[in-house]
Design a protein around this ligand. Structure first.
Ligand code: UT7
Length: 324
């Protein structure tokens, strides 16, 4: 028998305010048609002024714990993947821990931008498999719109706010691909390309929060090739063929990138969980938001094989295969 990290529950939270493409077209020179055609985005949620990333994270975490039927008191590891922490420190995860009333174990943030959830999932999986945690909350939470330059049409139309969470518990399996739980994770970073997607501020450089800057076309090209590589790596590590994948739950940056990945895998669009049209790019929150949606509406069922993949600033990228 081997130890496996099981996904015991999923939860999501989206701020109430919805901003349409038409509303953005009143602020910058863009059109609903351009945004939809180039990205697939129709709208995004934007956090209220008094809502911080930890508030979104707590709502998603509470929903995930309720879905799992597990009390917060059982949690001994909280990882928040975020690029938009409440404060430079303490970690947003520490705020979340306190708000949930959790008093044991550890809580920390992971900064891998849009790949953050896959990174956090891999870390939590390692903690559980090594016996260093039994019940983990893995959260992707962002108030990403706070980083936007609302005068820059090349970035301000692309992002939104939200949070998603999963509860990971310690389980056992045979050690083969029929096991439930996290089967394999693959993480990559190539800092040589940091300048094609970054924020032009920070506590030790400009002492400001800064705004997102992106060379979209360059990022797009990297995304298509890097994602394909990490997906192939995950399949090779398990010996599973692409045809075994029941669902692709990708990071939701751009419909065209998602379609390209699905095409390479030979997956029809019915097997892809898409939220980019309604959520836009919520960075580290996009995968757990999509996962929670497809679990809640009954598309993803117990025993099914799910492929998660993401790429973001860093550059960072990665993939995970999980049997739900
Ligand atoms: O989550 C992290 C990872 N991020 C990503 O994966 C994002 C990857 N990149 C992309 O999704 C796409 O590159 C974008 C959606 C950002 C842009 O799409 P594109 O097809 O690469 O367009 P482009 O940047 O080549 O721009 C085409 C034209 C340009 O005008 P010219 O130079 O052809 O006259 C832009 O100035 O579209 C113009 N443009 C816009 N027009 C209307 C750029 N943004 C807008 C806009 N509205 N919002």
């Amino acid at each position: 028998m081997v130890v496996r990290s099981l996904i015991a529950g999923c939860g999501a939270y989206l701020p109430a305010r919805i901003v349409s493409n038409a509303e953005l077209a009143e602020r910058v020179e863009t059109t609903d048609a351009w945004i939809q055609e180039r990205t697939g985005i129709r709208q995004r949620h934007v956090a209220a002024e008094d809502e911080a990333t930890s508030d979104l994270a707590v709502r998603a975490a509470e929903a995930a714990l309720a879905d799992a039927g597990i009390a917060a008191a059982a949690v001994d590891l909280i990882i928040v993947a975020t690029t938009t922490p409440d404060q430079t420190f303490p970690a947003t995860a520490a705020r979340v821990q306190a708000k949930l009333g959790v008093t044991k174990g550890s809580a920390f943030d992971v900064q891998a931008v849009c790949s953050g959830f896959v990174f956090a999932l891999a870390i939590a999986d390692n903690f559980i498999r090594l016996g260093q945690a039994r019940t983990a909350l893995v959260i992707g939470a962002e108030t990403f719109t706070r980083l936007l330059d609302w005068a820059d049409r090349t970035t301000c139309v692309l992002f939104g706010d939200g949070a998603g969470a999963v509860v990971l518990t310690r389980g056992e399996g045979k050690g083969d691909t029929t096991d439930r739980g996290v089967l394999t994770t693959h993480l990559h970073t190539d800092g040589a390309h940091a300048d094609i997607l970054y924020v032009d501020g920070g506590p030790s450089s400009t002492m400001t929060v800064g705004h997102v800057r992106m060379l979209g076309k360059e990022v797009f090209k990297h995304a298509v090739t890097r994602l394909a590589e990490s997906v192939e790596e995950a399949l090779a590590a398990t010996g599973l063929p692409a045809s075994a994948i029941d669902w692709l739950v990708p990071h939701q940056a751009n419909r065209r990138i998602i379609d390209a990945t699905a095409r390479r895998l030979g997956l029809s669009t019915e097997r892809v969980v898409l939220t980019v049209d309604r959520h836009a790019n919520t960075s580290a929150a996009s995968i757990p938001l999509a996962l929670a949606e497809a679990r809640a509406d009954g598309r993803i069922r117990p025993g099914q094989l799910v492929l998660l993949e993401a790429m973001g600033g860093g550059l960072t990228w990665g993939a995970a295969l999980v049997r739900i």
